[in-house]
Design a protein around this ligand. Sequence first.
Ligand code: SAH
Length: 360
Amino acid sequence: MNPLGQRIAQLIEAQGPISIAQFMTMAAHDPVYGYYATRDPLGAEGDFVTAPEISQMFGELLGLWCVQAWREQDCPSPARLVELGPGRGTLTADALHAARLDPEFLASIDVVLIETSAALREQQAATLALQEAGVSIRWLDRFDESLSDRPLFLLANEFFDALPIRQFVFTERGWCERMVGLDKDGALRFALAPVATMLAIASERGLPEIGAVYETSPAAEAMVEQIADVIASKGGAALIVDYGYGADAGFGETLQAVAEHKFADVLDRPGEADLSAHVDFAALARAAEGAGAKVYGPVEQGAFLCSLGIVERAERLSRNHLQSTQTALDRLILPDAMGTLFKALAIVPENAPTPPGFAA
Ligand code: SAH
């Protein structure tokens, strides 16, 4: 067992089994051993590759998406551009680069990056310094009250899949929460809570069979509610891109660990693998609508990027880098790559026009 595993085992010994959400939080954010706290997980030498790291086209198109949404809401000034979990800072850098087409937009915004990891903040600062956009950039640990004073234009790519989930398993006793406990040798293992939870599960998933697993992310829903609340009252637009369920969320477990581009055991070496789970877009949509905002999508990433003009953009870029541009385009839009598993969801004020890429 690694040092963080030992720490978690001691905690369980002292207080009993912990929820998967608590386990995920410690694995991701423990200040000494946590996955995000200690490393840059992205890229070929890291554990996984994300869309902005595949091609500049992704961030450029999302940046122009924000500019167009801002124009369609009559160019509010001052306004704010926020990215959740910016990784290496590539998405915001490419978005700001594309937004230079509209100096008025750049002059109206300040930029806030929501990032818990000190190591990644440093990396983001370096990426954005190279970019010299001339806009003010600051960092926050979490999406908080201070972001509710202006229209909010927000981007999040592969952020919500990293937020903690809880799992419930349908048993003869009813829905029991799956916890992380200890086996007789003191190693971490999954175990069901002995007492069933009173839980109303969304009926659109049908009737559960014994063994069915229900995943839910209260943290993700609470965050979307907060964001939608600002957008509904102050204006703006949020674009959430991630892998996950559309309307088809069923009962199934999706919690996974990835290290060095391969699946790993979830409990084996906490803090050394990326933990993530399918995003339940329908649940996020309900949270946003509950806060009084309007939701579009989710639409599949391939169709979304095509309607924003990624094919035309790739044609222009490929004059210089023919092979690499085609490979990147394929990875972003083809169904057997990121084209259909990844989806985009938009949140706008009730009376705003349909955001780009979401027309029926
Ligand atoms: N959006 C980037 C990186 C995705 S990895 C990309 O597409 O390349 C997830 C990012 O979210 C990392 O930057 C991680 O440090 C950050 N993160 C994870 N959980 C977080 C939390 N609860 N609060 C703030 N940032 C978080």
